[in-house]
Design a protein around this ligand. Structure first.
Ligand code: HEC
Ligand code: HEC
Length: 401
């Protein structure tokens, strides 16, 4: 009897259509394009990655000697931290993203204010709520730590700086004292320090480049589809139905933004999560991409900057960046990957949701009219059962099974 029921139940789902198979196949990790490396010629250098990994874990590169990149990007937590908003020397406004697959993103940060891993890596050092140090202190630390100095020089050549040139903390974006000290340095010294600083970033970028997205049970299903032999038994009934809902453009909109092997289009979208209302007490404003565009363009370590390794006709992402559509970029955030989402709660740029069910609920509820910017979500209705199925699908993207 039980066997008969099981048989009946397993017969009730129609076979995957040709369209469904084509879309599922497009999620295959084998189709992942190469990562973005054009501005970092050390991106694939294993010795740079080795140095970068040590620097990633080095608390000596913070003002207090207590904070490293790994304080917030914990290797055993998928290089995230499991808390809503990150804590370094102070509390940040945003949630820490996992770094698995970050190398496949053209833009870094929720608002894309950096255009490479290496330029991103330089930012936390000089952010007062993160590591609170400055580029001169970073240069001094590399020069004075024999182990790092030797590895650095083997990769990038002799360091043409004397300890006496690095005796005063300084940075063009630091405290007033640090700024003054920076502008007291001569151009050659500034250039040498910036060059060393950029190379620290390039080493860390080379390490992060090794953090490939993690294979999941869902990938074994995808592989079976690619082979032309869909093995739906690799997923539970709910997971499979949820996966079909996820790609069903009549019922949900997910695929518009979450597509390709990383389940993201890598672009910025407004899904009604920005915060623009300064009159609300305690509101931490967040305009998202609209400031990210400006910040990426003026960053001295961007793809078009003097420390970039890109060719003159490269950096298309900056040359063709969309500067005009303020209404589209205001309150937009970068679509995150959904790979391993079950391992990287809480969710959204501010960690407002702790479960995937709550995230799905956000999409199902009628989107609130946003006071500024344009919410791209359409309202759509899913039954309780469908919400459960969609959530079950997201859980199948866990790295743990
Ligand atoms: C205090 C915690 C903290 C520290 C320390 C920290 N990060 Fe982060 N990291 C974050 C948060 C929070 C974000 C997202 C911030 C945002 O979008 O504004 C982030 C974003 C990133 C991103 C972008 C990922 C993506 O998908 O957009 C990368 C890469 C990254 N960090 C690497 C590093 C490196 C390398 C270091 C050390 C040099 C570091 N982080 C230090 C908390 C931290
Ligand atoms: C219009 C584009 C768009 C559509 C459609 C869309 N998403 Fe998203 N998704 C985003 C953006 C942008 C974020 C980040 C929002 C933020 O941080 O404020 C996000 C975040 C998420 C997250 C959280 C991931 C994390 O690490 O924080 C999940 C899970 C998710 N989406 C699932 C879905 C599902 C399921 C659907 C369909 C019901 C869907 N999305 C439809 C753009 C979209």
């Amino acid at each position: 009897m039980a066997a008969l029921l099981l048989l009946l139940a397993s017969c009730s789902d129609p076979a995957l259509t040709e369209r469904e198979q084509r879309i599922f196949a497009s999620f295959s990790l084998a189709r992942l394009p190469p990562p973005f490396t054009e501005s970092n010629r050390f991106a694939k250098n294993p010795l740079a990655a080795k140095l970068g990994e040590q620097l990633f874990n080095e608390p000596g590169l913070s003002s207090t000697g207590t904070i490293s990149c790994a304080t917030c990007h914990l290797p055993h937590k998928h290089f995230a931290d499991g808390i809503a908003k990150a804590k370094g020397l102070g509390e940040l406004n945003r949630n820490t993203p996992s770094l698995f697959g970050a190398a496949w993103s053209q833009w870094q940060y929720w608002d894309g204010r950096r255009d490479s891993l290496w330029s991103q890596a330089l930012t936390p050092f000089e952010a007062k709520d993160e590591m609170g140090t400055n580029r001169v202190a970073v240069a001094r630390f590399i020069l004075q730590t024999t182990n790092y100095r030797q590895q650095y020089q083997a990769l990038f050549g002799e360091i043409n700086l004397q300890p006496s040139q690095l005796s005063t903390d300084a940075s063009p974006i630091g405290s007033d004292t640090e700024k003054r000290a920076w502008f007291d340095l001569d151009n050659n010294t500034q250039e040498a320090i910036n060059n060393l600083f950029a190379n620290v970033g390039k080493s860390i970028g080379a390490f992060e480049q090794t953090l490939a997205p993690v294979d999941t049970r869902f990938d074994r299903f995808i592989e079976s589809v690619v082979q032309g032999q869909p093995d739906t038994k690799l997923l539970s009934k709910d997971e499979l139905r949820g996966a079909r809902l996820f790609i069903d453009s009549e019922k949900t909109q997910c695929l518009e933004c979450h597509n390709g092997p990383l389940l993201t289009n890598g672009d910025f979208h407004n899904i009604g999560t920005g915060r623009f209302d300064a009159s609300k007490p305690g509101e931490q404003l967040d305009f998202g991409r609209v400031f990210g565009v400006q910040a990426a363009l003026i960053n001295e370590f961007n793809c078009q900057g003097r420390f970039s390794d890109a060719s003159n006709d490269g950096c298309k992402h900056l040359r063709f960046i969309n500067r005009s559509a303020v209404s589209h970029t205001q309150g937009a955030f970068r679509t995150p990957t959904l790979r391993n989402a079950p391992n990287t709660a809480p969710y959204f740029h501010d960690g407002r949701f702790t479960t995937l069910q709550q995230v799905v609920q956000h999409y199902v509820s009628q989107p609130a009219a946003s006071p500024a910017g344009t919410n791209e979500l359409r309202a759509f209705a899913l039954s309780e059962k469908e919400i459960r199925q969609l959530t079950a699908f997201l859980h199948a993207l866990s790295a743990d099974n």
